[in-house]
Design a protein around this ligand. Structure first.
Ligand code: SF4
Length: 288
């Protein structure tokens, strides 16, 4: 499909995937503020390679509803099991963190909470509402789970706290769901994005794909087309990097040129916001 050749190497990272760890005053301030308010981040739990960069710019993605997921995706390093009930103090702690850090844009995500009848949507709403009381100008981007059996209910609940961007990641191509995301369902994920767009046409919807799990170009292109079919406005495309020893192996390292090529394809398909590069994650430079 393209002229580019993927660089595949399983043992050593290619040069373009080397990143510095974080340090410096702003990084420390971010770290300390998150600790002070007892907040979890997906930056840490997913072993994100961008943590040094993001935290040094004073941004982080808050992980609400605990750090135990009810699913067990093979690309993810977040622990799984039986989560605790939502913490009623969390909305205020997130709000105070946003105020202390002087945030203007906040990305909030959560583990899957299939144990809750609303999938955790009520807690997302409570966090947003409390933040808006404390930092009225704050814009929100949500990166939500697929709300397995309660999509309509969740969208109804979130209507009271509509975010600027509503994100849900398809993560990979449907052919790899069984291997990478056994608790997920591709059609269900697309359905959530479609329902959100239908409910709130003015809210930007967003999704993200990891490359390097063994997908083909044709499969990726089909996913991009499917996302546009359900009205998805924004897309982030990045390299899968194994976050823990028990996670899936990397099947291929995709070259930066190839990521540029994917950005062109995505723009051609009509996405209004496209980020495609080896280190891209759905929350990386989300505020840009
Ligand atoms: S890309 Fe997202 S998850 Fe990674 S460090 Fe930045 S804000 Fe955190």
């Amino acid at each position: 499909m393209s002229d580019f050749t993927d660089f595949t190497q399983k043992r050593r990272l290619p040069a373009w995937l080397k990143r510095r760890l974080g340090s410096g005053e702003v990084f420390q301030h971010t770290h300390q503020t998150l600790e002070t308010y007892g907040l979890e981040t997906i930056c840490t739990h997913a072993n994100c390679p961008n943590r040094g960069d993001c935290w040094s710019r004073g941004t982080a993605t808050v992980l609400i509803l605990g750090d135990i997921c009810t699913r067990n995706c093979k690309f993810c390093s977040v622990g799984h099991g039986k989560p605790l009930p939502p913490d009623p103090t969390e909305p205020d702690r997130v709000a105070q963190m946003a105020k202390t850090m002087g945030l203007q844009y906040l990305v909030i995500t959560s583990v899957d909470r299939d144990d809750l009848s609303d999938g955790g949507a009520g807690h997302f709403r409570d966090v947003i509402n409390r933040c808006r009381q404390v930092v009225p100008e704050l814009k929100f981007e949500l990166l939500v789970p697929d709300f397995r059996d309660c999509q309509d209910k969740a969208i109804g609940i979130l209507a009271a706290a509509r975010p600027f961007v509503f994100g849900h990641n398809v993560e990979t191509v449907p052919a790899l769901y069984e291997k990478a995301r056994p608790g997920g369902d591709y059609a269900r994920s697309l359905g959530l994005l479609q329902k959100a767009k239908a409910a709130w046409p003015e809210t930007q919807t967003k999704s993200s794909l990891m490359l390097g799990l063994g997908e083909t170009d044709e499969q990726v292109l089909a996913v991009l087309k499917d996302l546009r079919e359900v009205g998805c406005d924004r897309v982030a495309i990045g390299q899968y990097l194994r976050p823990s020893k028990t996670s899936l192996e990397v099947a291929a390292y995709i070259t930066p040129d190839k990521f540029d090529w994917w950005a062109q394809q995505a723009r051609r398909l009509g996405f209004s916001w496209v980020m495609s590069s080896p280190f891209m994650r759905s929350s990386y430079h989300a505020e840009d």
